[in-house]
Ligand binder design. Structure first.
Ligand code: SF4
Ligand code: SF4
Length: 308
């Protein structure tokens, strides 16, 4: 085997190993979050990943969903906050790349089309801010509700908000996908045709809205990889903000990097991180989910994780 061929073979082996490890971890996490399938009970683990609190039993819970539930009952959300801060300090946004069930679904959707829609840098730069708006609106409603409840004047506010007292939970596409759709599927399975027809005609506008939002997001994920994570997810926004303070980061060896003619890492990145414009000693870009696709794509192995 020539040395060029040997190098290509070795790179292929590494690519296979990292991507296989990531996909296996994502799959096992997905099973962990859905342990109800195997009749196993819940553990008190809250993680900053997008899932649902709508399923009756799970081994791990969604910290942001829990934060909203606790605030609407004016309980200080110390556990969800601790989960966000601890995970972000140690691992940055890597749970998005390796653990999040909704992130896994989006990675799978990305396989449907070989050629994806290219989003211009300008549009991308504007769109990444939208998720911070979603986060701010959610925290504003939950925060003001908790304060007014604590002051003893929030009951009418809570009543007026209805299901939107936990605003993001009310429309979360993960909740629709992982909790509501399975329930609908079970209803369909055990219902007669007449009951089903009556059920469909009485479906609430909120449920239609949820289904439409989820469908749009899933279809978008087929065309633009990780579009939900890049542009809309409030968990992603909170973790992106904290990511820059993380112990975990990436480094790029300037002696191995042939920056001028290559850009393989930048092209492989699903989050459009401008890797070559970031400091080589260590970079912790808000959008980086530590999927290591850039490290895989680099033929000279110039990119590696760095901790701390
Ligand atoms: S950005 Fe949101 S949906 Fe995407 S992986 Fe992170 S927590 Fe999950
Ligand atoms: S910079 Fe690398 S590790 Fe981070 S999201 Fe992009 S490809 Fe993944």
């Amino acid at each position: 085997m020539t040395s060029a061929k040997e190098t290509a073979f070795r790179v292929k082996k590494v690519v296979w190993r990292i991507e296989t490890a990531r996909k296996t971890t994502q799959f096992l996490s997905f099973v962990l979050f859905n342990l109800v399938i195997f009749g196993l009970g819940p553990w008190p683990i809250l993680l900053p990943v997008l899932f649902s609190l709508g399923t009756p039993q799970k081994a791990a819970g969604d910290a942001f969903a829990m934060l909203q539930w606790m605030l609407q009952d004016h309980v200080f959300p110390w556990l969800p906050l601790a989960s966000f801060l601890l995970v972000a300090a140690l691992l940055g946004r890597s749970l998005c790349g390796w653990v999040c069930p909704f992130g896994f679904v989006q990675d799978l959707l990305g396989f449907i089309k070989r050629k994806h829609t290219e989003v211009s840098l300008r549009t991308h730069g504007g769109m990444v801010k939208v998720k911070y708006v979603v986060l701010m609106i959610t925290l504003f409603i939950s925060g003001t509700l908790a304060i007014s409840l604590a002051a003893g004047v929030g009951q009418s506010y809570k009543k007026a908000m209805g299901v939107f007292a936990a605003p993001f939970n009310a429309l979360s596409p993960a909740d629709t996908l992982f909790a509501i759709l399975p329930r609908i599927a079970l209803d369909v399975r055990y219902s007669s045709f007449e009951t089903l027809a009556a059920g469909i005609s009485s479906v609430q506008p909120l449920l239609w809205s949820r289904l439409i939002i989820m469908a749009i997001i899933l279809v978008l994920g087929v065309y633009v990889p990780r579009s939900w994570c890049r542009y809309l997810c409030p968990h992603g926004a909170a973790l992106a903000f904290l990511n820059r303070f993380s112990f975990l980061g990436l480094k790029r060896d300037p002696l191995k990097c042939t920056k001028a003619g290559c850009r393989a890492c930048v092209e492989a990145c699903p989050m459009k991180v401008p890797i070559l414009d970031l400091p080589w000693e260590k970079f912790t870009d808000p959008e980086c989910i530590y999927c290591l696709k850039c490290a895989e794509a680099c033929t000279t192995k110039a990119i590696k994780p760095k901790f701390p």
